[in-house]
Design a protein around this ligand. Sequence first.
Ligand code: GSH
Length: 214
Amino acid sequence: MKLYTYFRSSAAYRVRIALNLKGIPYDAVPVHLLRNGGEQLGDAYRAVNPAALLPALEDDGNVIGQSLAIMEYLEETHPQTPLLPATPAERARVRELALTVAADTHPLGNLRVLKYLTGTIGVTEDIKLGWQQHWLRTGLSGLESLLANDAHTGRYSHGDKPTLADCCLVPQVFGAQRFGVDMTPYPTIMRIHAACNELPAFQLAHPSRQPDAE
Ligand SMILES: N[C@@H](CCC(=O)N[C@@H](CS)C(=O)NCC(=O)O)C(=O)O
């Protein structure tokens, strides 16, 4: 199995956590998002993933993009250490939490959005940072409310075992801290973040532990 990844990509970080939790060995293929104008935009990577985004997983002759699609694929092909709970309602909640990060928070601060803001619209670096922080805070507030006001929240986002929701939560906290967001308004998120980071699967997936880390 091959994972096209970049150490700081939070979508790739999600998949690295899921692979580690399930104990699936993989080869990391680094794609540098900044070098040469962005290797993800070059012909070589577009031949792998025409959407020109990381991550992509290659397995058994198939290439899958989109971190959530990849994690669901891993869940179906490697059911050991399930990352989704047993009942449809609980599974829906985990997906809701995961999508609150992956669909509603992360895309607004993605590199190509930020490049468009500064390069095409011509906003200053300060305005760009304000944009990033605003959408991070908006997304994190929603996630905090969903987690804090639900009895299903346990040691982790759902119950006492890590799920896909945690695979999304931890990289999003990394991204928010990287861009200077004050995390004190999100005590439930930070409690879960700390619990996750006690696990080797999360520690080994951290950007600083990747072969392409700078
Ligand atoms: N929804 C996608 C998001 C993928 C994505 O935005 N990846 C970022 C890195 S975290 C990327 O490749 N950005 C490159 C760019 O914006 O040019 C997923 O979950 O996989």
